[in-house]
Design a protein around this ligand. Sequence first.
Ligand code: GCB
Length: 590
Amino acid sequence: MTGPRDPFAHLHDEAYADAFAGPGIGWRDAVAMGGRRRLSLAGRWRFTPDLFDEGLRQRWFELEPAPPSTWDRPRDYDGEGAETLDVPACWTCARPDRRFFEGSAWYARDFEWAPGRADRLVLRVGAANYEARVFLNGRFLGSHRGGSTPFFVELTARVRNGTNHLLIQVNNERRADRVPMRHFDWFNDGGLYREIDLVPLPSVFIRAFHVSLAPRGIAAEVVLSDPVSGTARVAIPGLGVAFDVPVTDGRGTAAAEAAPARWAPETPRLYEVEARFGQDRILDRVGFREIRVDGTDILLNGEPLYLRGICVHEDDVALGKVTSDGDIRRRLAHARELHCNFLRLVHYPHHERVAELADEHGCLLWAEIPVYWAIDFANPDTYADAENQLLELIARDRNRVSVVVWGVGNENADTDARYAFMSRLAAAARAADPARLVGAACLINREAFRIEDRLAARLDILGLNEYFGWYERDFAGLERLLANSRPDRPVVVTEMGADALAGFHGGADELFTEECQAEVYRRQLQILDRAAYVRGVCPWILYDYRSERRQTRYQRGFNRKGLIAEDKTTKKLAFGVLRDHYAKRAARVP
Ligand code: GCB
């Protein structure tokens, strides 16, 4: 039996997903968000796990939610009677039996709309790990890949007067062609775990708005939703400037004379800014600073800078990848207590509030995408996915003054395919944002003990992940490495550290003790301090975090290299070692 009425057709259809592969939603669909009215869709959604992908095979999205008494034939999907789940949340944290669920799940909810309320309506999804497909009133609108960047879907043409039925399929399967791939050292959460909003918009709206330092003042760039021409107006009351930006075919740039105070960690000065075009208006708070490298120096506003950093994951024992202002402020407070001026946000884009709060607090950031370990570098689709994640991150955070480095990769073997992939990615970052630095965690020649990575030529900052004293128990290798290397640009140690179980004490050479971790920090910091080209240190990591790769009696599903346990409260001895070291470094001229 064949044909659309064949009730078993879906059982034989292995190409069922092909129809839902496009249109791909990407960075070009972004909407500038500052100060916009948002209608939050947070709250209870109906939730249906779908391990076998029946929803796409059987076209569940075409079924209007209705009680079984009204069905004309049996169904496997009961939109109305499904269990409920909070959004934002990770399904992996909602119920113990879903902890390791990897596959598809359907989120459904209704919303009311009256078309007169706005000319256009866009859905903004803060993040969905990893792939999402959006359906409105039975119609597929598009799919998005990448688990940590926001995406936007225009609903205008499909939204109807009255009740609307929104369905989002999310899939968190680990796969070799994804970014990251199957194998990584953190927890694979699933779901709609950041804010999700309806955004009412005028007929022409501002897609992107960016302000930056210019040679004699400031520059502004405006990108509109449509290729129209006209004049945008930009005002920065704190600088006493207001100026026009002529827009042609939907794009325009202009500069104005101004003398903004320079933003720096010690002086995190921000200015309110407003951009208007037609009926649309964007508000933001921006800072102005210059970051560049000169030889092996990093210069912030022309002054040499030493990065006193710490790596941080976005992870919570109870909430998974869901974060909050309180959680972010705690991270920044712990960083301040350590005398840090820098955070590396590993290994994927963190919540946008991190950079907003770092702008206010005066903390420099390295933001990165999960081009992590051995992703499928030869696969053009994988490249497209990585580049889209990078450009979505840049589109989201380009006005955040605290972000000084875009990280394009972490510990990737120096193959030709990787070199081509990451060179292109570095070029894409520079083209999208010429005013920031590009970095990556690079490789070491383990025979010659030298920093050696072809990618270095494409970067402003060489990140170095090295675990001398831990994975290689001997510190002599670090001394050799530093003595043998002659980098022509700044090196930042983007990782070093050791596992320690909080409360487990013993000798400095006893693995997993707090004493051992503290000793690794002491020796590492002492050695690293002597290399003039090392312009910053960013140890691994602030808090212990969930990682299923880690299963010894001391780890039990946690990477224990935190300076603080996973309760985000209990400090280990190494915390004090780093704090005292950074206190001294902060007092020194860099
Ligand atoms: C690394 C990775 C980081 C790991 C860390 C470790 O080099 O970049 O994600 O978790 O080592 O703990 O070994």
